[in-house]
Ligand binder design. Structure first.
Ligand SMILES: Nc1ncnc2c1ncn2[C@@H]1O[C@H](COP(=O)(O)OP(=O)(O)OP(=O)(O)O)[C@@H](O)[C@H]1O
Ligand SMILES: [Mg+2]
Length: 594
């Protein structure tokens, strides 16, 4: 899945990464300034060395230069320590801030994004993106500015010292830069391809880890492992050409310093013979050449490293650029639920993929009323409730709560007003108490226990060795399906919201447990507007009204007995077992089946 149609250009990616330091621009600026100063001092060192040697050969006193040289060395050393310390702290801090920005952004994106994005992939993009930022910021602030400064200052100073020898350095630097530019051009696209593959593999691995039991029971492990190995093998082959170019660059770099020193010595000796250079000049220039090549090496290493991480950074920013299509209006106001009247006003919606839709949903739920939404599987029941929670926005029509269009209210207020039990319980790998407390983080332990009692979860929680402190495993894997549902119900109860959405909240419970829970839910529904999606007649019968969906359209609505008597879609659904009739003493079910 391409995260964005248009890919950002490399210089923009780097600028954007640097812009993330903006909140600490004063500190970052000071570090860069200090780096530049150190550069200036370091270039002076070979110059002083040359002057000291000239002093020795002409019999003048070289101590002045040696003392100055010493002072500079101490300053450079001390400045280096301070810069490193500050730069380290700052980049560690900014990296964690970038991470939390990314997480916050992802957690705010709507289900429309998350149903397509793979969590393993998003995780990998976060980790390598933050590493990329760190590896750009830290070397830049710590020493690359100094190195760049040295390279910029070195040539003019060298040329002023002796322009003939200076030209040798200019030629060397040009050749070096051109070779490395060529390498970089050849590796950029290759590395982007590698990064894309890596991210895809991570997405796939996340999927595998989340479904280990399925893989095992379907004997799919060898097959999937074969796929994983193949992808990793392909990845390696995509990496090889890039590595070839890097090897060329590494060898040339290593050879460069010998070539430089030999050239300066050879050319310098010829110049001395003609009286066009002093011994001190040649000494200075050997220093210049060594300094230049060493700095070119680290600067190139840095640039190659950043270039290598650019694709990861680009992916990171692409995720940050994902816009939520579910947006709050600029003038959004908090939803004020006075009574809890919900109106679906001619609502139509189609999933972007084209599969699945609801058409012209038009009904009203009176305050405190319980409406059951029934219909065959895939008829759009969950979709209708998803629209109410603004997981998606309707293409046509409006949904109103007490006359307020939900697209015009703040998302937080809409969410605060609804207690939801999803079709999938959605538990976190934390304790039972923590899972329930998600309904209301301020709840006392007593309130949590009450909610568990009403949700019929008390008995099984007490049977757990650690009670409420029992950890439930990934997505609640350590619990039975019915136990998970009851915890999800307790969580929704604790939220105490005026509107309740129950999507097959009791589907995994046995009939006796469900019947007990019905009484509690009955009490709970008092004074709350409730939507219930259910496949069981007993649950549906408790509703004040029933809305029957088929292929995304309302085909019938009315009271339970009224609909059964009408002999329409609902009666047929009940009869065909589309609404299950598990209880022998469920006389309505018996009537329907008769
Ligand atoms: N995220 C999605 N993207 C695309 N299509 C979807 C998505 N979610 C659901 N659908 C499709 O929309 C249709 C309605 O789905 P929905 O989940 O609303 O059915 P449902 O009535 O709740 O069914 P069930 O009783 O099985 O839960 C189905 O055809 C389904 O395949
Ligand atoms: Mg559903």
């Amino acid at each position: 899945m391409p995260l964005s149609a248009e890919r950002t250009r490399s210089p923009h990616v780097v600028l954007r990464a640097l812009a993330l330091l903006r909140p600490e621009r004063l500190k970052a600026g000071s570090l860069l300034g200090a780096g530049a100063l150190v550069a200036f001092l370091q270039v002076a060192e070979p110059l002083l060395f040359g002057k000291a040697v000239n002093g020795l050969t002409t019999g003048a006193n070289p101590m002045r230069y040696v003392a100055l040289w010493c002072a500079i060395s101490v300053t450079v050393f001390a400045a280096g320590v301070v810069i490193a310390l500050l730069a380290d702290r700052m980049t560690h801090r900014r990296r964690l801030i970038a991470m939390s920005t990314y997480v916050e952004h992802l957690l705010a994106l709507p289900p429309a994004f998350h149903t397509q994005a793979r969590s393993g992939r998003l995780m990998r993009i976060m980790i390598s993106g933050c590493e990329g930022l760190f590896n750009l910021w830290l070397p830049l602030l710590r020493d690359q500015i100094t190195n760049l400064g040295i390279l910029i200052l070195l040539l003019p100073i060298a040329i002023m010292t002796n322009w003939r020898l200076g030209l040798v350095l200019v030629v060397l630097m040009l050749v070096y830069s051109v070779v490395n530019l060529i390498v970089m051009r050849h590796t950029a696209t290759g590395q982007a391809r590698v990064e894309d593959r890596f991210t895809d593999i991570s997405g796939n691995l996340g999927d595998l880890f989340g479904n280990v039991t399925v893989l095992q029971s379907f004997l799919a492990v060898p097959g999937e492992m074969g796929n994983v190995r193949r992808s990793l093998h392909d990845l390696l082959h995509a990496q090889y050409p890039v590595l070839n170019w890097w090897a060329v660059s590494a060898v040339l770099t290593r050879g460069a310093s010998s070539i430089a020193i030999v050239s300066v010595f050879g050319f310098g000796a010829a110049l001395i013979e003609r009286g066009l250079a002093t011994i001190g000049d040649v000494v200075s220039f050997v220093g210049f050449a060594t300094l230049m090549i060493a700095r070119l090496e680290t600067v190139t290493g840095f640039i190659v490293n950043v270039a290598q991480r650019l694709p990861a950074l680009r992916q990171f920013f692409d995720v940050l650029d994902q816009q939520s299509h579910i947006t709050e209006a600029d003038d959004a106001v908090p939803l004020a639920v006075a009574e809890g009247r919900v109106t679906f006003d001619n609502v139509s919606f189609r999933y972007p993929t084209g599969s699945g839709a609801v058409h012209d949903l038009d009904f009203e739920v009176a305050p405190g009323e319980t409406v059951a939404i029934v219909g065959p599987t895939g008829s759009g029941k969950s979709t209708a409730l998803g629209l109410f929670q603004r997981a998606w926005d309707p293409e046509k029509g409006r949904i109103l709560v007490d006359g307020q269009d939900i697209s015009g209210v703040t998302l937080a207020s809409l969410r605060a007003a609804t207690g939801v039990v999803f079709q999938e319980a959605g538990l976190f790998n934390r304790s039972i108490a923590e899972n329930i407390a998600m309904g209301n983080p301020d709840a006392t332990m007593e309130q949590i226990e009450d909610a568990a009692r009403i949700a019929g979860a008390w008995d099984f929680i007490m049977r757990k060795p650690d009670g409420f402190a029992t950890a439930v495993g990934d997505r609640g894997a350590g619990l039975s399906g019915g136990e998970r549902q009851r915890i999800a119900i307790a969580r929704a109860l604790l939220k105490n919201a005026p509107i309740l959405l129950l999507d097959e909240a009791t589907s995994a419970l046995d009939v006796a447990t469900e019947a007990r829970l019905q009484e509690s839910l009955e009490r709970l529904r008092q004074g709350r507007t409730t939507f219930v999606i259910a496949h069981r007649l007993s649950t549906v019968r408790a509703a004040d009204r029933i809305v029957v969906l088929d292929q995304g359209r309302i085909v019938e609505q009315g009271g339970f007995d009224e609909l059964l008597a009408a002999g329409g879609a609902f009666a047929k659904l009940a009869q065909d077992g589309g609404l299950s009739t598990p209880a022998a003493n469920d006389d309505a079910g018996a009537r329907a089946a008769a």
